[in-house]
Write a protein that binds this ligand. Structure first.
Ligand SMILES: [Mg+2]
Length: 219
């Protein structure tokens, strides 16, 4: 089955792996301020594993759903700790949501962002306002759905603004989850590293669309 959306999705994961590598030390520094300084290494390792696994996959032979299933497995294998199961759950939910589609257009992206958000929220039993990656994924998911309905021509700018505002908002929150919860009030003033890496993923997604990507002619 031809899968025009799959190459775009592979491109998104490649870009995400590259940006996590580039921002590895920055993310770890952010994590070091409130927790154990491993977030850059974790995300870099996880997405490098995803990109490497996808590089061995013929994108023309797999559907977007299968790509997310592959990504979930590779990420979980590479990252055993907290972030691993969270993103793996998000990617598996996206795989379910994308079953039956060969495209990866804005509507599919909106469904994907929503699926990742709800997969992470369910796995981590988390919600907004807890100074986590969900403070980016949940508002981005809402913005994506709203943009699809109301301002489809500005889909990615809307998603990116919501994601960036969500990340920035974590600065004034008190961490109640994970290692950062141990520092309590002292987490105030520090942006959450998981929120920043979530923003980077969404920016990588947007850039693959904005540059046209290998499948622009099919979308
Ligand atoms: Mg950490």
């Amino acid at each position: 089955m031809p899968t025009p959306g799959s190459r775009r999705l592979v491109e998104i994961f490649e870009r995400t792996a590259a940006v996590m590598e580039a921002k590895r030390d920055h993310l770890s520094d952010l994590d070091g301020a409130i927790a154990d300084a491993d977030h850059g290494m974790t995300m870099s390792l996880g997405f490098r594993a995803v990109a490497a696994t996808l590089a061995r996959t013929d994108a023309q032979r797999v559907t977007p759903s299968e790509i997310f299933r592959i990504a979930a497995g590779a990420f979980l294998d590479a990252v055993g700790a907290s972030t691993g199961p969270l993103y793996a759950s998000g990617f598996l939910r996206a795989a379910q949501r994308l079953e039956g589609t060969t495209r990866f257009d804005e509507a599919a992206a909106a469904a994907t962002i929503e699926a990742i958000a709800s997969g992470i929220a369910e796995r981590g039993k988390g919600s907004r306002g807890e100074k986590t990656m969900l403070d980016v994924w949940l508002p981005a998911a809402e913005a994506a759905q709203q943009a699809l309905r109301e301002t489809p021509g500005r889909f990615w700018p809307c998603v990116q603004v919501a994601a960036a505002e969500g990340a920035e908002a974590t600065r004034t929150m008190i961490a109640v989850r994970g290692r950062a919860a141990r520092v309590g009030d002292r987490s105030i003033g520090h942006i959450d590293p998981g929120a920043v890496s979530a923003l980077l993923i969404l920016e990588a997604m947007a850039s693959a669309f904005e540059d046209g990507g290998p499948d622009a002619e099919h979308q």
